[in-house]
Design a protein. Sequence first.
Length: 214
Amino acid sequence: MNELAASNREEKIGIIVLAAGASVRMGTPKQLLKINGISLIRHAAQNAIDCNCGPVVVVIGANAGLITLEVNGLAMEIAVNQDWKSGMSSSIRCGLKALLVAHPETESVILFLADQPNVTGTSLRKLTTAHVQCGSALVAASYSGHVGTPALFSRTYFDELLKVEGQGGAKKILELHATRVLSVDFPEAACDLDTPEEVADFTKSDAGKMKIST
């Protein structure tokens, strides 16, 4: 383990992979879509593990049984959000509660969407590096002219995360504390897959061929 990875573990940083939605616009569970042989959910979970910073919790909801099969054998924990229909905020609450029950010593958490295929373990370490080196309690990815997920929240903001409501999720907290957010250049987070057309475009791109390969 390198020095930075060791520092991340000393900081007790967990990762929550959000993957509970029904993929209405996709028309099929996008968590199970395979690009170059690897499902989006397994790819995301493995990259969270590869960040090598602490425990990983994957939050699932719709199609939970099928998605669970995709991540079997990985070194992570599953949290099932029974209230997934109410929006992403419920998944954040579900994941953070599960993380804190299993790992109450957690000091910071990264929220990461499963449908961002260009985000890798190395990408996620940009957030932990900025947090450890700069001491910022809020670190967020900057792409396409705004900040968003993946984003790191220190324990100072756990109560707010546990109270967040609706579809906006963590974005509301980032906006509320915009002057405190340390933004990190993160162009790879701009790609997310919500529709069949976006999947088709991604698989034709160099990123699709390189980032999700066996």
